[in-house]
Design a protein around this ligand. Structure first.
Ligand SMILES: [Zn+2]
Length: 230
């Protein structure tokens, strides 16, 4: 009880601030102020989801269908700063906010929303425990609530992979093979799935996950990430 009171007191003295510009947020804002929302580097991948540089990147790795990204990733740009806040600054809610914003954008674009499930690329349990949450699942939750689609969590990580950043493209692709599996709790046969992750670099992780879902009989697997770059 004392802590609740203390938190209320803190909120009064130090109101919630925007994670980008640090301005105090209004009651109707969450994590990201309206001004910064207006500056997000949005992409239009969802309007040509089979014919964009992300779709071309994963060609040959998986038979996943549409490939989309909410934001354009640029080093030291806004999307990188947002991802850093989401992953390393204990801001799970930011992931949900971004998912909701993307969900609204997809709805408004008029594209057909026909997925049976949204599935997030899983973190290894140890890593998730350390961080306290899976940032991709938070993004998935935001998308799911706006698009009114169920989340499925039967995709799991079976091996702990070493950090990907210093590996070559081929090594990365080999590194993620056989890392993912299914719990078998959900029948994915004939289902249309939106698979989501925080960021797409080589596409190796997303492709490995998509292949597990397709091997389990999924009819269609589409990919969406918070941010991707060339
Ligand atoms: Zn702001």
């Amino acid at each position: 009880m004392r802590f609740t009171f203390f938190n209320d007191f803190l909120a009064l003295v130090f109101p919630e601030t925007c994670c980008m510009c640090k301005r105090s947020l209004f009651d109707f804002e969450n994590q990201l102020c309206r001004v910064c929302q207006g500056k997000l580097p949005l992409t239009t991948y969802h309007l040509r989801p089979q014919n964009n540089d992300l779709a071309i990147k994963i060609m040959g790795l998986t038979k996943a269908g549409n490939v989309m990204a909410f934001l354009r990733f640029t080093k030291k740009g806004m999307s990188q700063r947002l991802l850093h806040q989401l992953k390393y600054r204990n801001k799970p809610e930011l992931g949900q906010v971004l998912g909701k914003l993307y969900g609204q954008r997809l709805k408004q674009s008029g594209i057909e929303i026909r997925w049976d499930f949204i599935i997030a690329v899983p973190l290894h349990p140890l890593k998730e425990k350390r961080r306290g949450y899976n940032q991709s699942l938070q993004f998935a939750l935001g998308l799911a609530s706006t698009l009114d689609i169920l989340i499925d969590q039967s995709l799991v990580r079976t091996k702990f992979t070493v950090t990907q950043t210093k590996k070559s493209r081929i090594a990365r692709i080999e590194n993620v093979e056989k890392v993912f599996g299914l719990t078998g709790k959900t029948n994915l046969e004939g289902k249309s799935i939106l698979l989501v992750d925080d960021v797409m670099t080589t596409g190796a992780t997303l492709s490995a996950c998509a292949n597990v879902l397709l091997d389990a009989g999924a009819r269609q697997v589409d990919l969406a990430v918070i941010a991707a770059g060339r």
